[in-house]
Design a binder for this molecule. Structure first.
Ligand SMILES: Cc1cc2nc3c(=O)[nH]c(=O)nc-3n(C[C@H](O)[C@H](O)[C@H](O)COP(=O)(O)O)c2cc1C
Ligand code: SF4
Ligand code: SF4
Length: 238
């Protein structure tokens, strides 16, 4: 390849947002299968010209997290596949809304069921291989639409407040102030185990505390809500 060709050549990439690592595992599977570079969305270089992109992220309160909306508004790729992971309660209309708001060049998409971030006892094992027909579409020039589905009534009513009221994060006695929690929180919402008002209850800090010194409690309403019947089947749009 000549130098100027290399300069203008477009990249193919799998990018992901993850808090409790379910979406990371999906993204890793996609990157291994397609042999595409795997990039945390916080490190995605938007100045590079992108050919194909696979975007993997978790659904929070039946919607895409804000950083996903910010980044997709700036991505200028030829083709895109979205894989939105969810805890098998409700995926709402997340992908439809993103596609229509940002006019995304979708050649495929999936609502992909995973273990729920809030359920320690959830032993669900995702079947990554069902994503293969979707990933095989990445070079297709047939763009797709997504059906406009219903969200749960009230999905957009103060989702942050609902999460805050539903989950209490507890620092345990043996915290050694290493601040790994603070260094890894995307929202600058915790310092040495003490959370502040920016916390979105994603539970990343709990997954990353090396000495298991953070825990959480759910209130009754959330616990009951999370008992809802599970949607275990992936939804795939080709
Ligand atoms: C704040 C928050 C809100 C969530 N909202 C939903 C939801 O509306 N529906 C659902 O089925 N799962 C929901 N989940 C579960 C996650 O979507 C699911 O566990 C996802 O795979 C987490 O991905 P991650 O491990 O990559 O962060 C929520 C999780 C969190 C932390
Ligand atoms: S990562 Fe755990 S041990 Fe370290 S400061 Fe945070 S809560 Fe304490
Ligand atoms: S402090 Fe809140 S926002 Fe930050 S990682 Fe922990 S749960 Fe997530």
């Amino acid at each position: 390849m000549q130098d100027n060709e290399r300069l203008f050549s477009k990249i193919n990439v799998v990018t992901y947002l993850t808090y409790t690592f379910n979406s990371f595992k999906v993204a890793k599977f996609c990157s291994n299968y397609l042999n595409y570079e795997l990039v945390d969305i916080h490190n995605l270089d938007l100045t590079k010209s992108i050919n194909n992109i696979i975007l993997v992220f978790p659904i929070h309160s039946e919607d895409a997290p804000n950083i996903i909306k910010e980044v997709v508004s700036k991505i200028n790729s030829k083709r895109m596949i979205i894989i939105a992971t969810f805890g098998r309660i409700n995926h709402g209309n997340t992908i439809y809304r993103l596609k229509h708001r940002f006019n995304l060049p979708l050649v495929g998409a999936s609502y992909f069921p995973t273990k729920h971030s809030y359920l320690k006892e959830d032993k669900f094992i995702p079947r990554y291989e069902v994503l293969i027909p979707l990933l095989n579409k990445i070079n297709s020039d047939k763009y797709i639409d997504i059906p406009n589905e219903k969200s749960t009534l009230g999905y957009n009513i103060f989702p942050k407040l609902r999460a805050r009221l539903g989950i209490k994060i507890i620092k345990k006695d043996k915290c050694n102030n290493c601040n790994i929690c603070g260094d890894n929180c995307f929202n600058k919402a915790i310092n040495k185990g003490i959370i502040n008002k920016n916390c979105i209850r994603c539970l990343r800090c709990i997954s990353l505390c090396p000495s298991n010194n953070l825990d959480y409690k759910m209130n009754k309403v959330l616990r009951l809500y999370l008992r809802k019947q599970r949607k275990n089947k992936p939804v795939i749009y080709l």
